[in-house]
Design a protein around this ligand. Structure first.
Ligand code: 13P
Ligand code: ZN
Ligand code: NA
Length: 281
């Protein structure tokens, strides 16, 4: 079924697991993510970044997700990931997205609060939940460079949640977008401190490249949504490359798309089991 992210995140928080949120770039990835959710009986979030939305359109990704979600027995939502402006957030809302992130983490604290609150107030009448970000997740996501450092300050997270009324909050505890060069060092005690002060669902970005143990420990300490993007792009492209390099005569996009799609499905099922959201729908 096609739903908002509200109840699935509250259920995850109450149940001590996390909903997997997976970035899709094309129809095949949307199909793969929902097929994985169906197979392991998991609620799922499918998300698109601003550069993904620019590649096609909000309406096209929404149509793909909605068509598949309506056939599915599990709850599925479509989320704007790293929404980069008030205007884009409103376009997503009007188009029919059922979950929206406004990423004001590149602004100073007070500006991030003001921008987030504006989006929260605008989305409230439609019942569409909003995710915000406080602190800087490292690495390069989309066209934005996260830069280094800037861990979330627990007291600021509390004030931020109270002043904005936001539904969920992405925190910076040492993860980064993209693949890691070494083993990332997560500040898990900081996560525990944030959890003590903040009672809305917390979100972990940059999960591609994190060990299963690191993901599980973050969830144990209060993460309710885990974002995976790069791993899916790699899985899809690896499948396509394998087919085309082994069979250079292939020209039917369905031939290599099907293999990329199956790769993504397997990856997503594995990550859902690590998040503990399997069997929850
Ligand atoms: P990764 O690309 O590291 O999986 O990060 C995903 C993410 O945070 C999407 O918002
Ligand atoms: Zn992210
Ligand atoms: Na990552």
């Amino acid at each position: 079924s096609f739903v908002t992210s509200k109840q699935m995140l509250l259920d995850a928080q109450a149940g001590g697991y996390a909903v997997g949120a997976f970035n899709a770039e094309n129809m095949e990835m949307v199909q793969a993510i929902i097929a994985a959710a169906e197979e392991v009986k998991a609620p799922v979030m499918i998300q698109t970044t601003p550069s993904t939305v620019k590649y096609a359109s909000l309406a096209l990704y929404l149509a793909n997700v909605k068509a598949e979600a309506e056939k599915a027995s599990v709850p599925v939502c479509i989320h704007l990931d790293h929404g980069s402006s008030f205007e884009l957030a409103m376009q997503a809302l009007r188009t029919g997205y059922t979950s929206i992130m406004i990423d004001g983490s590149h602004s100073v604290f007070e500006e991030n609060i003001a921008l987030t609150k504006r989006v929260v107030d605008a989305c409230a009448p439609s019942g569409v939940p909003v995710e915000a970000e406080l602190g800087k997740v490292g690495g390069k996501e989309d066209d934005l460079d996260g830069g280094a450092g800037g861990y979330t300050v627990p007291e600021e997270a509390k004030e931020f949640a109270e002043k904005t009324g936001v539904d969920s909050l992405a925190v910076a505890i040492g993860t980064a977008h993209g693949v890691y060069s070494g083993v990332p060092k997560l500040d898990l005690d900081r996560l525990t401190e944030i959890r003590k002060l903040v009672d809305i669902p917390l979100v972990l970005h940059g999960a591609s490249g994190l060990s299963d143990d690191a993901v599980r420990e973050s969830i144990r300490r209060g993460i309710c949504k885990v974002n995976f993007a790069t791993e899916l792009r790699i899985a899809y492209s690896d499948g396509v490359k394998k087919v085309l390099s082994e069979n250079p005569e292939v020209f039917d996009p369905k031939k290599y798309g099907a293999v990329g799609r199956e790769n993504v499905k397997q990856l997503v099922m594995n990550r859902m089991k690590v998040c503990g959201c399997d069997g929850r729908a």
